[in-house]
Design a protein around this ligand. Sequence first.
Ligand code: ATP
Ligand code: MG
Length: 467
Amino acid sequence: MVLNTLSGRFLGLMVLFVLIAEVLFFVPSMTRFRLDYLQNRVEMAQLAALALLATPPDSEIAPDLKDEILATADVLNVVLRRDDVRELMFESPLPDMVQETFDLRAPSRLALARDALRVFAADRDRIIRVIGRSNQGAQSEIEVTLHEWPLRQAMIDHGRRILLVSLVVSLALAAMLFLAVQRLMVRPIGRVVEHMTAYRDDPMDASRIIAPESGARELREAETALHELEVQLTSALRQKERLAGLGAAVAKISHDLRNMLTTAQLLTDRIEASNDPAVRWTAPKLVGSLARAISLCERTLTFGKAEELPPEPVDLPLAALVAEVLDNERAAAAGCVSLVSEVPAGLRVRADADQLFRVLSNLVRNAAQAIETVGKPGAVKVTATEIDGRSEIRVRDTGPGMPEKARENLFQPFRGSVRQGGSGLGLVIAADLVRGHGGSLILEETGPRGSTFRISLPAPGAQRRAG
Ligand SMILES: Nc1ncnc2c1ncn2[C@@H]1O[C@H](COP(=O)(O)OP(=O)(O)OP(=O)(O)O)[C@@H](O)[C@H]1O
Ligand SMILES: [Mg+2]
């Protein structure tokens, strides 16, 4: 259907508007035409009357000449009214009675329009009388009697001409508008749609991204917005693809790593049996670390992707968990770093123990590594408090502060790492895990005197009150 298209609709609207304009224009035009026609008759009659008045009273005008004058003026009778005296100037026999009288001296617009339309409605000739002002002075008038049918014919001819002209004009206008709409809107929109379809078929192909080039501001804005959207989408898809590849690799690595760790776990049994007390002290920590590593591998494999399972939060004593984290990290950290816990003994938090362990390990390890880069002794301190229904855990260090690149790309995967051998995932993973608990991880402060990260979690009490 033509009306389903933009240009078809414009065409339809154009025809409708032209029709409305035609009606609005037609009635006043016909009114004017009738008024001019009648006034013209009155003026002709007046000229004839003036000529007659100018002839000497005793000279007789030939009847032929009178008939000719009446025929030229296209009227039947002419009466001159002066100071309420009616004087019949020209006359010819009336074929019928005068059926209606129209006064042109002070006509209302509405009455003129109505009378003009009534002429069209007439089905036979009528004899009408028209009274017009004479320019012989305020007191004199001209009255003419005439056939209405020729007026009707003239009006029909005039109407036809108007309709024909406006039809041609409106057709030309409609054609121009159609072409303009086609050129200015339909084609550019079609181009955008074409681009979108091509892009949809292969969004990874960056050459299919639309290049804004429309001259019209609105379309150009739409194209620019679409361009930005496509650029973002393509890069997101690429990253997704890379991450999918990484996920597959992680799954494979997890699989083999789990096997290796399981073997290592079996070997720790022997270490536990050692006579050396230092070795026996290490053994349970080693077993714990290996168990956590195996569980992480298994969870990754179960999920099939490098994504986290939802946490299983429980109320747990924080001090013990932090002590365990610090014990573990102490084994990895250099001697110049001291790891201190200032977590109040009775403080409990609501969290998935394994996940919180990983969060704290990441933060403490980052802090220790930062201190190591300076090469001077330093400390990492873990503190905790419960405030306004939230458990707040802080990991503070006396390191050199976050490098600019790390600050700018904070919590963005693969981007923030400044450390050699660092993957730039530690903080992202930590932040994700905390978010999974309904909490938040922020960099509270950083500077030459050290950095502080703050974990904020819903406190166990708050959880129960909310539940
Ligand atoms: N406490 C800190 N003090 C100074 N810099 C830090 C601190 N914590 C993190 N950073 C900086 O932020 C960067 C990103 O840390 P993140 O843990 O995300 O990655 P990474 O430690 O480089 O690698 P990995 O993924 O193995 O942990 C680090 O490379 C380091 O430069
Ligand atoms: Mg790290």
